[in-house]
Design a protein around this ligand. Sequence first.
Ligand code: DX5
Ligand code: ZN
Length: 219
Amino acid sequence: MLIKIAPSILSADFSKLGEEVLRIERAGADLVHIDVMDGHFVPNITIGPPVVKSLKKVSNLPFEVHLMIENPDMYIESFADAGADIISVHAESCCHLHRTIQKIKQLGKKAVVALNPATSLCTVEWVLEDVDMILLMSVNPGFGGQKYISGVTRKIEELKRIIDSRGLHIDIEVDGGIDTENIHSVTKAGANVIVSGSTIFAAEDTVKIIQELRMNSYR
Ligand code: DX5
Ligand code: ZN
């Protein structure tokens, strides 16, 4: 399966975000992963629709907004208007998950459901047919640079098994603590969209690190 590398700009230099997005685009990134945090759902605050709108002007890559916020329904339209192509909501913050997914799709955007490390796969069992991708968190959301929770590898395998057994074609994205060493275990388990923040932005050579992540994901 084709692997996509999705740099998380949470670890970018916020004083020159436009240049940072261009840097990853030129280095071969497949999409831009934008971590949106509200200080309620997660203990951190990041960026909102105006920033997404500004960045959209400088980049041609697809934008994914990873909404780590309470009451995402209230903001989906604003992010869609700002230029998000893929909208990811957490199952833990949606009490009417099916409705939220439909709302994203009605806006013509790709719908993704994210699950925290401790949240069971059965939470998405009845919406699998409706989504474009499932995002499995491999750290507790809120911060970049955390360590990959190894137990998540088995969760990826299990999700892949369920998706295949139903004959579905849904992407599996994994987010948190992925580096050039552990990326292969993540893709081997069945993930095909790989988020990486601190690994990519801490590297001296962005082209090289993205190439290395991609290469290592296949072996
Ligand atoms: C965590 C975010 C991740 C994070 C990934 O809450 O959702 O996208 O920034 O960064 P690294 O790769 O540094 O774990
Ligand atoms: Zn994220």
